[in-house]
Design a protein around this ligand. Sequence first.
Ligand SMILES: Cc1cc2nc3c(=O)[nH]c(=O)nc-3n(C[C@H](O)[C@H](O)[C@H](O)COP(=O)(O)OP(=O)(O)OC[C@H]3O[C@@H](n4cnc5c(N)ncnc54)[C@H](O)[C@@H]3O)c2cc1C
Length: 470
Amino acid sequence: MLNPVTEKIEENLRAILPEAAFRDLEPRYLEEPRGRYSGSDGLLIAPGSTAEVSAVVKAACEARVSIVPYGGGTGLVGGQIAEEGQRPIILSLERMTAIRETYPLENIMVVEAGAILANVQEAASDVDRLFPLSLASEGSARIGGLLATNAGGVNVLRYGNARDLCLGIEAVLPNGKILNGLKRLRKDNTGYDLRHLLIGAEGTLGVITAASLRLYPQPQSEGVALMVVADPEAALRLLALAQSRLGQGISAFELIGRMGLEFLVETKQNVRQPFETKPEWMVLVDVGLGAGMQADAALEELFMAASQEGLVSDGLIARSEADRAAFWAVRESIPAANRAVGSVSSHDISVPLGAIPDFIKKGPKVIEKIGDFRINCFGHVGDGNLHYNVFPQTGRSRADHENERSAIKRAVHDLAHSFGGSVSAEHGIGRLKVDDLERYGDPAKLAAMRAVKGAIDPVGIMNPGAVVRV
Ligand SMILES: Cc1cc2nc3c(=O)[nH]c(=O)nc-3n(C[C@H](O)[C@H](O)[C@H](O)COP(=O)(O)OP(=O)(O)OC[C@H]3O[C@@H](n4cnc5c(N)ncnc54)[C@H](O)[C@@H]3O)c2cc1C
């Protein structure tokens, strides 16, 4: 049985930590972006060093008090919000933001877990390198949270997800011991790789305090195009054509449907509609090429080749930095438009690439059986990852459909599972998808996960209730 933080425990913690580590528990620490979860209480502690994190975790372990690690609070599955009724330690990494070391020749940067992603991207750019992790929450999400959720984003197609960008981890394990794993090695075949256990564990196996990150050369010529395709099948064939012509030069390949464009208008997002008539489907293609290559020209040639094959019917190629930003704004404003419309149920699914067209064809049929809804399907189609969100019809609200939410979620997840897909492509399990993991997860995997959790965190203090029930 875990204990709430009592005055006595707080007193003990105040004796071992500097005053600066104690911060006011502002409401934002108890809220999350989609408003599905809210915490009721907690003791907010923001340590200033790994040694201080270790002291907190050790004290919490001895007092049998739970800890919820907290990054930027942008997680979409409720992992950063403690369950009602607990009074946990909310352990924020917000004071540990240092870029500890940069090794441009090795393409490596060592940063603390509280560093905000946009600042890490900027620090990489200052040494003429690229840290390619990129997502709409990059102005708030912190490296520890991004690794703990194994975040994806728009550049996974080319550079992989957070896991692929991390070469080493420093973390505090649930007994308070510091795992010194900040290696800068690309080859290190020395048994179990605890880095990969901590990445994606959503704070259930320890607190990530720093990471060595993989950097890349900056592309020398970058370009973006929007291309109208007849359907998702054509989008996939366009992706294959683009990959055969440009290889690894494609950084992002995003699918956008008409409903997403209509939501931008309906919710008055400050973006320009790219085409006079809203297409049923279009893709955003982002390329970054090496020296001596012209991204605009490459995109133009791709468009010509795709037209000859009947894959695209219209297209726009960005001619300036402002165009590029405007094209990306269309894609990146869709989540805000979705929030303004208010989804009944949102899903972050993945299926094998080849199954995307069938999934998109069958989706509306399974939803129709439940009721009359609008579907906004968009996302990182190059990774087989769709954000498949179901909305009320105009004039109705999500509150009108409370009773249908679980049936919708079940139908979408069953469909993804039937294609050999995943019910969480990039957002994680958190508290939102614990039941889904139990329903769809491989039983041997679940048993191994519980065994790992029990072995590394026998008292169960690390983020109880998230990811896996023990
Ligand atoms: C507008 C918007 C767009 C987004 N787009 C994407 C997207 O494209 N792709 C994507 O993958 N995600 C996306 N997300 C989700 C979110 O940004 C990511 O999941 C991000 O990785 C969370 O980072 P954070 O620092 O905010 O973590 P938090 O929300 O604070 O925490 C997330 C989880 O990680 C744990 N955690 C936090 N810090 C640590 C630490 N130091 N050690 C151990 N555990 C820790 C928490 O306990 C929690 O379980 C989006 C979110 C928003 C709001």
